[in-house]
Design a binder for this molecule. Structure first.
Ligand code: SF4
Length: 274
């Protein structure tokens, strides 16, 4: 079953990676809008590739909804562990993401001054070539950037870049190979500490095998990690129903075994979430 965020603010829910998480959705509440169409996306397949920014919540609407939710939680004596940008697509595609990230960080401190919740961004990292987005992310306390593949071929199969996608001035106008090269360069040159997030799984889609867990593909991924050297890595397995039906969830032992390989590179903060 497709999992949609039906409002700007959702939850809080208990997240396996973030604890008590209050979700912030900057995309439409009725459908997914993303420059990727990942085969495992819990929001299902993309239904369209073009939208006008006026269809997205304004900074004022986000702030109002966020303040209402935070006040309610505060009145209940509940402090969320994280205010989390995720939602029905890639949050950094919102043209006002920089302003919204700053106001969210300010609200976290205002409502819980003694121990502000983390402000987390779960991002596919396609916008970290934009200095304004990088600056906005520096106001967030936890930045999770996606890298699912060690080669452009597996990247194209898993993440399915939507060539032709358009949202305001932003558009996807080149091939997956070009975008994958940019993604690697931007991750290598990212100026702040971040956590890399990687979903490990096997299966097939449209007759083509998908496997980022073994052989040359896994070795290529490890080589990418050696160059990027993120502050942390979150490896995780499939959790919800996926739009591509022939995908296989890794066992806890397999995930842990892959995490051990990455730890052996001298990376201290490698976590596996089953
Ligand atoms: S980047 Fe995230 S929202 Fe976009 S298709 Fe992939 S999983 Fe879905």
């Amino acid at each position: 079953m497709t999992f949609f965020h039906k409002h700007i603010i959702t939850g809080p829910i208990h997240s396996r990676r973030l604890g008590i998480s209050l979700g912030v959705n900057l995309l439409p509440v009725t459908e997914k809008l993303c420059n990727y169409d990942c085969v495992y996306c819990e929001c299902g397949w993309d239904t369209r590739w073009e939208a006008d920014p006026s269809e997205l919540p304004s900074p004022q609407e986000v702030e109002e909804s966020l303040r209402t939710a935070l006040q309610k939680l505060k009145d209940q004596g509940t402090r969320p562990d994280s205010i989390t940008f995720s939602g029905n697509g890639e949050p950094t595609l919102h043209p006002d993401f920089p302003r919204i990230a700053r106001l969210t960080a300010a609200c976290a401190k205002e409502y819980f001054p003694q121990n502000p919740p983390l402000v987390t961004v779960i991002s596919n990292a396609t916008r970290i070539g934009n200095p304004e987005v990088v600056d906005a992310l520096s106001h967030c306390t936890k930045v999770l950037l996606k890298l699912d593949a060690g080669t452009p071929e597996m990247y194209a199969r898993i993440n399915q870049l939507q060539k032709g996608f358009k949202l305001g001035a932003y558009q996807v106008d080149d091939t997956p190979e070009v975008y994958y090269g940019q993604l690697l360069r931007n991750l290598e040159n990212y100026p702040h500490p971040f956590t890399m997030q990687t979903l490990l799984f096997r299966g097939e889609h449209e007759g083509k095998p998908i496997d980022n867990t073994s052989g040359a593909e896994w070795e290529a991924y490890v080589e990418r990690v050696k160059r990027i050297r993120p502050a942390g890595i979150m490896l995780y397995g499939l959790d919800r129903e996926t739009p591509a039906k022939a995908l296989v969830k890794l066992s806890k032992e397999e995930l842990e075994s892959h995490a051990s390989v990455l730890r052996s590179l001298g990376l201290e903060n490698v976590q596996a979430f089953f």
